[in-house]
Write a protein that binds this ligand. Structure first.
Ligand code: M6R
Length: 605
């Protein structure tokens, strides 16, 4: 996945481009570049491998300027992260420059054709075919608009593309399967992969649709379809504040995002829980899911763990529900009927595997629903319905506050599903609802009282780490292990507690801490599993409700959370795990907000 930024204004736009790129670095960060006009008809391209500071240094040396420009931060899919492979890419004449996010599936065929017609290539990327195709259109005497459309017509795959041609006062762009939004300010306009790119300049955005072609000049924009017919695309305002996307004095975005979970959860539940514990979801009044026979969740990574978590409640309440990893679902889809509800859980709303899964489900006639953080995201627009988790922008690659908000929003949705599908509320509806309403304040206590920083110092240097749990403790254990490996780069695995003795126990020694999550249910069995690892000498770090006397006595280290309903307790336990990962990674000096090889949103399959 990569990040596109572009700006056209009355004055110089290089600062806006660099700011936009810095704001998008979470989308990929192995190289970056910009292009601005040079002279009457040329463009000047500056690009560097490495983090954006390398590009800043190059800009400081060469001082490029221009009132129109495009920029890109890359996460490699075709070719290694070198200066040559960084975007923007240009044509043979150096007058057409292009930035691109996504994959051009037929790039090899196009490259071969273009080579035979005399074009020369300087990178290994799929992107580079685009400026050469535009070049051919211009050579044939077409307008830039027409040459751009012709070039895009030849592309197969999923992509967002922005082009700057020398001598032009407008940018031309399109999207098909990859995100692209317009930002509108009074005297400057932006194009970007995501809103945080230009959030400090404007909150007025136009979410472009697949197939839209947009021409953007300093005074406005014009959206047309692939045939050139005008399309109505009205701006809306986003309610994210620029400071929501800044670090606010924290050393890392991840730590800031862990600490802002009480506010995020407050937004997630606000106005959605009634006094008697019933849910009030404006888009889903009672009866919204009448006729649904079964629920399939599709999601990746952390969102998959949130889906597994949500499934527990449904299954316990008598609803047929399954959670699938979207990457596997997209390859081997599970049969659906028109009575199946397929729920895509995706923070970004742009994860390619998840989108592929819901497109398949939709084509097979299932009803689809996106649970996402991003209004206007592809998932929200592809599904029949959407439920927004309202966590606010998450910049750290490691998902933290969005997991807590996903679980909470899914819990509310779960209650509506239980009532509609079984005809009666969950047995413990009132207690569950009260626990989720209390979650922001319970979470504040966890954050204030956590002793994880000391513990991290004692356990930072081990061979491997195991995470186990039962009930909702199981997805929390999986999530704890994912977060730990993602940002500490240390080996970590999560298991259902019962699974340990079927193989993983062979790896447990006195050098492998076992982190055990207790959700308040199944305590005797979970304690027996802990005894199994203690017998092998493994230090046990237990996370449980503060009143769990037996757990406290058995464990080597005890991380308490407020006693509450098990489904809310799992969220609190997970916050302790987020802190464990964060502090160990910090002590090891890892790149916490931008872990190696990873990107915030994975828009390739
Ligand atoms: O945007 P999504 O929720 O669809 O992203 C899915 C995963 O890529 C994501 O949750 C990933 O596992 C996290 N960054 C891990 O912290």
């Amino acid at each position: 996945m990569c990040g596109i930024t572009a700006c056209v204004a009355e004055g110089d736009v290089v600062d806006e481009l660099l700011t936009g790129l810095a704001n998008l670095e979470y989308r990929g960060y192995d190289s970056s570049g910009i292009a601005v006009p040079r002279g009457e008809a040329d463009v000047s391209v500056l690009k560097r491998s490495g983090e954006i500071d390398a590009l800043r240094e190059a800009v400081a040396e060469t001082v490029p300027a221009g009132s129109i420009g495009i920029g890109h931060t890359r996460w490699s899919t075709h070719g290694p992260p070198t200066d040559e492979n960084a975007h923007p890419h240009t044509d043979c004449t150096g007058t057409v420059s292009v930035v691109h996010n996504g994959i051009i599936e037929n790039h090899e065929t196009l490259r071969e054709e273009l080579r035979q017609r005399g074009h020369e290539f300087t990178s290994d990327t799929d992107t580079e075919v685009i400026p050469h195709l535009i070049e051919e259109g211009l050579d044939d005497g077409r307008s830039t608009d027409e040459a751009f459309r012709r070039a895009v017509d030849r592309l197969e795959g999923s992509f967002a593309v922005v082009t700057l041609c020398g001598g032009e006062g407008s940018l031309y762009a399109t999207r098909r399967g990859s995100p692209l939004v317009l930002g509108l300010d009074d005297d400057r306009q932006f194009l970007a992969s995501d809103v945080p790119s230009f959030l400090e300049y404007t909150d007025r955005v136009v979410h472009l649709e697949d197939g839209d072609v947009v021409e953007v000049g300093p005074a406005g924009y014009r959206v047309t379809d692939t045939d050139g017919d005008r399309l109505p695309r009205e701006p809306t305002s986003v309610d994210w504040q620029p400071e929501d996307a800044e670090r606010d004095g924290y050393e890392h975005y991840m730590l800031k995002e862990i600490n802002e979970q009480p506010q995020a959860l407050d937004r997630t539940v606000r106005g959605r829980i009634e006094d008697d514990g019933g849910v009030s979801l404006s888009s889903f009044p009672p009866g919204s899911f009448d006729g649904v026979s079964d629920v399939q969740f599709v999601a990746c990574g952390t969102s998959y763990h949130a889906a597994l978590y949500a499934r527990e409640h449904l299954v316990e309440s008598g609803v047929r529900a399954h959670a699938f990893r979207a990457g596997e679902y997209a390859t081997t889809p599970t049969p659906v009927t028109e009575d199946t509800l397929v729920v895509a859980v995706t923070q970004s709303g742009e994860t390619a595997d998840t989108l592929q899964s819901i497109r398949h489900a939709r084509d097979e006639g299932a009803r689809t629903l996106a649970v996402t953080n991003v209004v206007g995201s592809t998932a929200a627009r592809t599904c029949d319905d959407a439920l927004f988790i309202r966590a606010g922008p998450e910049i750290g690659v490691a998902a933290t506050k969005t997991f807590s908000s996903q679980v909470t929003a899914l819990s509310l949705l779960g209650e509506r599903l239980v009532e509609d599908l079984t005809g009666s509320p969950s047995e413990d509806r009132a207690e569950r609802a009260a626990a989720f309403r209390r979650l922001p304040s319970d979470l504040t206590r966890v954050l204030e009282d956590s002793t994880v920083a000391d513990l991290a110092d004692r356990y930072r240097d081990r061979d491997a780490y195991f995470f186990i749990g039962r009930g909702v403790g199981h997805p929390v254990a999986l999530e704890g292990a994912l977060k730990f490996k993602e940002i500490t780069y240390e080996h970590a695995e999560g298991f259902g507690s019962a699974e340990l003795k079927h193989g993983p126990l062979a790896l447990v020694t006195e050098e492998t801490p076992v982190v055990a999550v207790f959700d308040g249910r199944h305590e005797e069995k979970a304690l027996a599993n802990v005894e199994e690892v203690r017998a092998r000498g493994a230090p046990v770090i237990a996370i449980a409700g503060e009143g769990s006397r037996k757990v406290r006595e058995l464990a080597d280290e005890f991380l308490p959370v407020p006693d509450t309903h098990p489904d809310a307790l799992g969220v609190l336990a997970n916050v302790q795990l987020q802190l464990v990962s964060y502090h160990v990674a910090d002590l090891l000096g890892r790149s916490i907000d931008k872990p190696r090889n990873l990107a915030k949103s994975v828009t390739v399959e």
